[in-house]
Structure formats: C-alpha cells, structure tokens
Design a protein around this ligand. Structure first.
Ligand code: SF4
Length: 337
C-alpha cells in the first residue's frame, strides 16, 4: 500500500500473519506515519481478519519495539513499521518488520551531490527507509566513473550501508578505503553521528528536500563539539552524578551504569542510578543534590537535548574525559554496539 509518499510492502507480512491465523495483532508505527494508523490498521484488518491494536506511545526506532507491551495485553504478533530489526534483540512475540520506503526519485539529488564528492572511492551510508535505493544509487555513481563502497556494519546493524544515530559501524569499517562519504537521508540526526565519528568529508543528499549539504555540516560539527566540551567542562566540577539507564530493549546498559558508578566512586565522588523508559528533561527536574547526569541510554539524548536539561548531561565517553581518564583531543561518539 502507499501512504503519504511511502510504499509499505505489507504483502509478505500479511500472508505470513494470515497463514499463522493470529486473531489479535499489534501495530507500531514511527511518528511520521502515526497519522495514517487508521488506514494501515484497516488494510491489515481486512487482509488478516484479525483485530488490530495500535501502539500510541512514541516510537524512537530500532531500539524501541512494542512487543513487550503487546505481550502484556495478550496480543499474539507485532507489526513494526519503518525501522530495521536490531539482529541480536529477541522479541516476546513474533515480530514482523515492514519497511516504509519513500516513493520519491533519488536520482535528482544524487546528481546534484556528485560534484561535492571528494576522490573516486565513495562510502555510501543511509537509513533504513532509503536502504532499498542503494543499488540504484551505486549504479548511478558507477556511471559517473566513481567507485561506491558499502559495508554491513557490526552486529547491531541489519543491512548493508545502514547507519543508526547510535551506530555508524557501517561507515567506520570502510573509512580507510574511501576518500569521502555520501549519506542519503534527511535531518541532522544521522549526519551528526557520522560527523562525530569520521575524519573523512561527509556530503548529505536529502531526497525529500532535494538539498545537498557539505559546508553546513562542517559548521554543525564544530558547533556540536564546542557544546560537548562545554558539557565536559561543567561535569568536571560535579561531586554527585545521576547515571541514567533506559528500560528500552535496545538501549539497556545496566552493566555499564554500574561500572560508571564504580568509576565515579573511585574518584572520591558519589553516583546514583536512575531508571526510566523514556528520558525527558522534565523527568529529572525534581532532583536535588545531583550536579551532573550521565546518560547510558541513546547517545543522542545528551547531544540533542543538552540545552533542554537543567543539569549538564554527558555521555559515558565524556564522563571519562571529565574524570581525566580520557584525552580531550579526539572527541568520540558514545556508540551502542
Ligand atoms: S538508541 Fe537512539 S540512535 Fe540508536 S536506534 Fe535507538 S533511538 Fe536510534
């Protein structure tokens, strides 16, 4: 089916769901498709004759599946739309992943991006939505005399060339072999992760806005690194830390949180561990006597929401900098593996 410029390949999932005869199915959609929940649910309901329950909580991505909530209601199977599976995560109920691929033609923006690329060997990276288009993008680049390269990434990554905001292993694995990277996708979320992890030039081709960014990304990197060092500076004076752990399946790092608490203790400082499903700045407004937060959750919480928190919020890597255990020269993204 097609909704709002996206193609949802529901047929294989519908066939499987019907064959297995489920009567109660959960549907979990990314924020951008929630408006069309009714249409997608109707399509599933009609084809499977099952009752569909739509999850309304925010959906942050591959790390944030709804299977456990569905399971608690006795729902038999889950349909996750718009994000890839994290291969090593297990689910409480059978879970079917359906991609939502934009129908827009990527050729115009790739054509525009070519003159910004550096060198002949180009690393290609993208998000799940555009992953299906990588084959045609490679073909286009080869026709221009370029050598596009992709990598599969580490065990958190389900397909070739795919990057997450918390994991850019698919880029890092080929960094030595390429002269520059081309990222296909929208927004700052994924480019920021790439910028903080790579030394090679990054060019962003956004098929939705038909825009190419290169210089702007260099400025963005400088701005974020400056902000992160400010946060590290503020954290240096902290005496008491709050270490944050998420209960989201793909973000759980309790072992790391305990190690950090111990590490902080070994510097003669104090730490408390706080747990939450979703981290929001207002959740920690009540805290008294905590000087700094250390987020072990999605690394983007500290980076993207930094200005919304009343307390300085840093990543585990930045904590090591603040405690003097890691050199400040080379900034490192806190990646989830
Ligand atoms: S941890 Fe953050 S960046 Fe990683 S998949 Fe989840 S929401 Fe995306």
């Amino acid at each position: 089916m097609k909704v709002a410029g996206y193609k949802l390949d529901l047929d294989p999932t519908v066939n499987e769901l019907s064959e297995r005869g489920y009567s109660l199915i959960g549907l979990h959609l990314p924020e951008g498709l929630k408006r069309y929940a009714k249409d997608i649910a109707s399509c599933l309901e009609k084809s499977t004759r099952a009752t569909i329950v739509i999850a309304s909580d925010p959906c942050y991505g591959a790390c944030d599946l709804a299977d456990e909530s569905f399971f608690s209601l006795g729902i038999e199977a889950s349909v996750e739309v718009g994000h890839a599976a994290i291969p090593y995560l297990t689910q409480k109920i059978p879970t079917f992943f359906v991609n939502a691929t934009p129908t827009i033609d990527v050729c115009p923006v790739i054509g525009k991006a070519i003159r910004y690329l550096e060198g002949k060997r180009i690393g290609l990276v993208t998000t799940y939505q555009w992953a299906e288009k990588l084959g045609s993008i490679k073909k286009l680049l080869r026709e221009e005399g370029l050598f596009p390269l992709t990598s599969k990434g580490d065990k958190r990554i389900s397909s070739e060339g795919l990057v997450l905001g918390c994991n850019v292993s698919a880029a890092k694995r080929i960094e030595r072999e390429v002269s520059s990277f081309l990222f296909i996708g929208e927004g700052d979320f994924h480019p920021v992760a790439l910028l903080l992890s790579l030394d090679k030039p990054l060019i962003q081709a956004d098929p939705i806005s038909n825009r190419v960014r290169k210089e702007e990304l260099i400025k963005l990197k400088e701005k974020i690194i400056k902000q992160r060092y400010q946060a590290v500076d503020q954290a240096k004076d902290a005496e008491t830390y709050g270490v944050l752990v998420s209960t989201k399946k793909g973000q759980q790092r309790i072992k790391l949180a305990r190690e950090l608490k111990e590490k902080i203790g070994s510097h003669g400082k104090k730490a408390y561990i706080f747990m939450a499903d979703e981290l929001r700045p207002d959740k920690f407004d009540y805290l008294k006597g905590i000087d700094c937060l250390v987020s072990t959750c999605c690394p983007r919480v500290a980076i993207d929401d930094f200005l919304s928190y009343k307390l300085p919020i840093i990543t585990p890597v930045e904590l090591e900098m603040a405690l003097g255990e890691r050199k400040l020269e080379r900034y490192k993204l806190d990646e989830l593996i």
